[in-house]
Design a protein around this ligand. Structure first.
Ligand code: HEM
Length: 405
């Protein structure tokens, strides 16, 4: 074993390893210490080892995992806030937090402020103070949860930064993720503002936030969540170098990445469905009413406007994207059986396939049942679970490489 070890060490610095947990840096060509915490498998002269940039810093990993879990929670809370129509109850915003009213006078003042805005005037004239308190608290907890994420991210991040725990790559990523958290807060208020403006037509219109801003808010949340999760995976379960003797592995990796992209795209189109209440226009599946292609699909002029402003077209697009995503994921799932993949990738591919069918089933049920709060929230959480599995699969495939037979 010792001979084998010294032989491998001689191949190149990249391939060096030690049966102990750490080796000092190679004095000839490396400047930094290299970690090789585990030698995975050594079989038929093929090495399955942790790559150069593998970071096995568990503390960073758990911190990233906590932040991503908190973002998951914020998305679910945000979805419930929207579905219970609580989002427009707080009519002002302060960067560092609004104060929860503590006396009857303060509550009455807050209620009077709400009465100046379209949601009260056009839809909620009958609302009681007690009901108002309930919707106000929903929005308040959503905002405060977002601020907690900011703190749980920023404080440890600054400490780790000064302790020089981050690799070069992660220093840049951490700055981007911090920027995303800030942007998410600002975008949240920009979105709420669009529902407070006096831009609604007559008593039949429903005051709601702009679907464009809702989609931007949700997309940012999804990007932030996936980046934090990737940080957790990189530190807790680094991807393995894994040779595969099948030349179509590259195409399989491209298909896996495309499926992840499609999950994003379908989720964004879902935000348009949610933003326009388009889940309530045709509540049958697979046909829309008794047609495959409803008559009002291109009612708006110019035609392009239909894709983001006509509830029928928006629902139609979401169905098409949802089923296309399902087909792609099915292909990934079935194809994954053809390769000798790392165990993590195998598991992720199976879970990804099963979750895609579950998510589509929940989506269809949500539609057929006229979007009850619990199903709407479940469907939204399902999209995050699907995105997590896509992120995990592509992470596991990162260093899977084609080798000649
Ligand atoms: C891969 C498949 C799918 C993904 C990733 C996905 C994702 C999403 C997301 C993220 C939302 C926004 C939720 C919100 O902001 O509250 C949404 C909304 C919605 N989706 Fe899907 N969806 C998928 C497939 C489907 C399918 C096949 C259907 C039904 C045919 C469907 C029906 C709906 C409905 C009715 C809504 C509106 C719910 C609401 O108003 O809150 N989805 N979807």
């Amino acid at each position: 074993m010792f001979l084998l070890a010294s032989n491998l060490r001689n191949i190149s610095c990249r391939n060096s390893f030690n049966l102990l947990t750490k080796i000092p840096s190679c004095s000839k060509c490396c400047t930094k210490q290299v970690n090789w915490p585990r030698l995975n498998v050594l079989k038929r002269n093929i090495k399955y080892y942790l790559p150069d940039d593998a970071q096995n810093n568990k503390l960073l990993g758990y911190w990233f995992l906590t932040c991503s879990g908190m973002v998951f929670g914020a998305v679910v809370l945000g979805g419930v806030t929207r579905l219970t129509e609580s989002g427009l109850s707080m009519v002002s915003w302060k960067m560092f937090g609004e104060k929860m009213p503590s006396t009857d006078e303060e509550w009455l003042q807050e209620f009077e402020n709400y009465q100046q805005y379209p949601e009260f005037k056009m839809k909620n004239k009958e609302i009681s103070l007690e009901d108002f308190k309930w919707i106000w608290r929903m929005e308040y907890y959503h905002r405060m949860w977002g601020r907690c994420i900011g703190l749980v991210y920023a404080i440890p991040c600054s400490i780790f930064w000064f302790q020089r725990r981050f690799s070069e790559k992660y220093r840049t990523r951490c700055l981007i993720m911090g920027g995303l958290i800030l942007a998410q807060g600002l975008m949240g208020w920009y979105m709420v503002k669009s529902g407070l403006e006096d831009r609604f037509d007559g008593p039949n219109d429903v005051p709601r936030v702009s679907q464009y801003r809702l989609a931007a808010h949700l997309s940012l949340a999804f990007i932030l969540y996936a980046s934090l999760l990737r940080g957790a995976l990189d530190h807790l379960s680094p991807a393995l170098n894994w040779p595969v003797m099948n030349k179509s592995i590259t195409k399989f990796k491209i298909l896996s990445h495309s499926s992840k992209g499609l999950v994003y795209l379908t989720a964004i189109s879902g935000a348009f469905v949610a933003g326009l209440d388009a889940g309530l226009v045709y509540n049958s599946f697979p046909k829309m009413g008794d047609k495959w292609l409803p008559d009002d699909i291109f009612d708006l002029k110019p035609k392009l406007k239909n894709f983001t402003e006509n509830p029928t077209t928006v629902q139609f697009d979401h169905r098409i994207l949802g089923t296309t995503t399902l087909s792609f994921i099915t292909a990934v799932w079935l194809w994954s059986f053809k390769f000798k993949l790392p165990p993590g990738a195998k598991f992720a591919a199976n879970a990804f396939g099963i979750m895609a069918y579950t998510q589509v089933a929940i989506g269809i049920t949500t539609l057929l049942k006229y979007v009850p709060v619990y199903l709407g929230a479940l469907h939204q959480s399902g999209s995050l679970v699907l995105l997590s599995l896509a992120t995990w699969l592509t992470h596991e495939l990162k260093y899977v490489k084609k080798v000649a037979k």
